[in-house]
Design a protein around this ligand. Structure first.
Ligand code: SAM
Length: 320
């Protein structure tokens, strides 16, 4: 079925879990992000053809696997690390007529072999997209997925980018930052949720720039390096770097948590500078960005140069 308007909304597919703990609440939050769900559903409806074999990496509640079945998939291998959410997903899917089309596998996807997934996939889906795109380990997951795919297989998402802007943040807003789990000194904040008056509490000192742009089909290396020059448009104290992602689910369907776009469940991410320093209008801020994604962690490094002088290094580490 390629017309996503004809299918019921995601809430109808997977009604609430009555979540009792933070982990299932997290999955309920994902299910409640209608923009996210609709965009994935559209991209899956476009990509999956009748009779296809699909792999859903990090299946969670099973929502994307159900979208793939709706679109005509013959078999969906739904791989999920967490036994608790997998048990809920199995229970929810059991109630559907098409339940036998979804094969649940409780495992770390990185440890699977073609013995565990005996058919090559036409479509590989993974919503392991973090607040800055890469910190949930999507690069290593898609790299590892290559051994399970047919030569012309489609990846959803196909492309993932990361954006960054130097930011001034009023101490009042800094106090509202929410620490990311096991990722200090990185924090989250929903800049696009702030009221107009609060908004006066932060400024992007320069226009945002795309600092990473990865084609997930072609990507091979576990690291990314890029260098950028930000022309300071508004003088002020640099407190850190604010980042977000843009995911191309296909050529036309784009999902982004940019603060300039409607709010999703993903906040923006604030990489805090170890110290604050003043930037004047017209100053140049050089940023060398490095990312290293390994099986268990993703490391982000920003080396900052104020008017060509090495000024600060910001690091952030995410475990996965
Ligand atoms: C952001 S959630 C997405 C869940 C679901 N696909 C959805 O769209 O609602 C990512 C899921 O990937 C799972 N996951 C992360 N790394 C994994 C791995 N290496 N192998 C299997 N599952 C993994 C997590 O446990 C989590 O349930």
């Amino acid at each position: 079925m390629n017309n996503s308007n004809k299918i019921p909304n995601s809430g109808a597919l997977i009604p609430g879990f009555n979540a009792a703990d933070d982990y299932t609440k997290y999955h309920e939050r994902l299910l409640g992000d209608q923009i996210r769900n609709d965009k994935f559903r559209q991209a899956i409806a476009q990509a999956v053809k009748s009779g296809d074999i699909v792999i859903d990496i990090g299946a969670g509640s099973g929502i994307l696997s159900l979208f793939a079945v709706e679109a005509g998939a013959d078999i969906v291998y739904a791989v999920e690390l967490d036994p608790k959410i997998l048990a809920i997903a199995k229970q929810k899917v059991k109630e559907k007529e098409t339940a036998d089309k979804i094969k649940f596998i409780q495992a770390n996807f990185l440890e699977l072999s073609p013995y565990d997934i005996p058919q090559k996939a036409d479509v590989i889906i993974s919503e392991t997209i973090g607040t800055v795109g890469f910190e949930e380990g999507i690069l290593t997951l898609f790299q590892s997925a290559k051994k399970f795919m047919k030569p012309q297989a489609v990846f959803i998402p196909a492309e993932l980018s990361m954006f960054a802007a130097p930011i001034y943040m009023h101490p009042r807003l800094e106090r509202e930052l929410v620490s990311c789990k096991a990722a200090l000194p990185v924090s989250n904040i929903q800049l696009n949720q702030l009221s107009k008056t609060q908004k006066e509490g932060f400024d992007f000192l320069a226009a945002p720039k795309k600092i990473a742009d990865i084609d997930l089909y072609k990507y091979k290396s576990p690291s990314i390096k890029s260098t950028h020059e930000f022309k300071i448009a508004i003088g002020g104290e640099l407190c850190g770097i604010c980042c977000w992602f843009e995911a191309h689910l296909d050529e036309h369907i784009i999902l982004t948590n940019s603060p300039a776009h409607p709010m999703l469940h993903w906040p923006q991410t604030f990489f805090k500078s170890p110290f604050k320093f003043k930037l004047e209008k017209e100053d140049s801020l050089g940023v060398t960005f490095k990312l290293l994604s390994e099986e268990k962690y993703t490391l982000f490094i920003f080396d900052l140069m104020r008017n060509s002088i090495k000024t600060a290094r910001i690091t952030g580490m995410f475990m996965h």
